[in-house]
Design a protein. Structure first.
Length: 114
C-alpha cells in the first residue's frame, strides 16, 4: 500500500487547513486508515481513523474542530482542520493497516502560529 500525503503548511491560530492522503488501494479494502500526528518531543498520536470502511472516529483532542472525509472515487482521505491552535503544530502522517502490515505515508508539517 502506498500513501501520499499533502496539504501541510503555515497558518495562523484560528485558521484552517485541509490535508489529503491518496491511497494506492481503495479505502474500503483497507482494514484501517487514518491520520496521526507527532508533535516535537512527543509520541505519534491518533487524530482520526476509519476502521473497515466504517464511520470516521476522531480523537477527543480534535473533536469539533477536525473532520475526516473520504473520496472513494479517487481513494483519498481528507482531514479538514478548523480553528487551529498552536498546540496542533506537528508532523501529520497518514497511516493504514492492510492484513498484518502497517503502512505510512510521508509526513506533512503543519505549523500554527500564535
Amino acid at each position: 500500500v502506498q500513501l501520499q500525503a499533502s496539504g501541510g503548511g503555515l497558518v495562523q491560530a484560528g485558521g484552517s487547513l485541509r490535508l489529503s492522503c491518496v491511497s494506492s488501494l481503495s479505502i474500503y479494502s483497507l482494514d484501517r486508515i487514518g491520520w496521526y500526528r507527532q508533535r516535537l518531543g512527543s509520541q505519534r498520536e491518533l487524530v482520526g481513523v476509519i476502521i473497515h470502511g466504517a464511520r470516521a472516529v476522531h480523537a477527543d483532542t480534535v473533536k469539533g474542530r477536525f473532520t475526516m472525509s473520504r473520496d472513494d472515487a479517487v481513494n483519498t482521505l481528507h482531514l479538514q482542520m478548523n480553528n487551529l491552535k498552536p498546540d496542533d503544530t506537528a508532523v501529520y502522517y497518514c497511516g493504514a493497516v492492510f492484513g498484518t502490515d502497517s503502512y505510512w505515508g510521508q509526513g506533512t508539517l503543519v505549523t500554527v502560529s500564535s
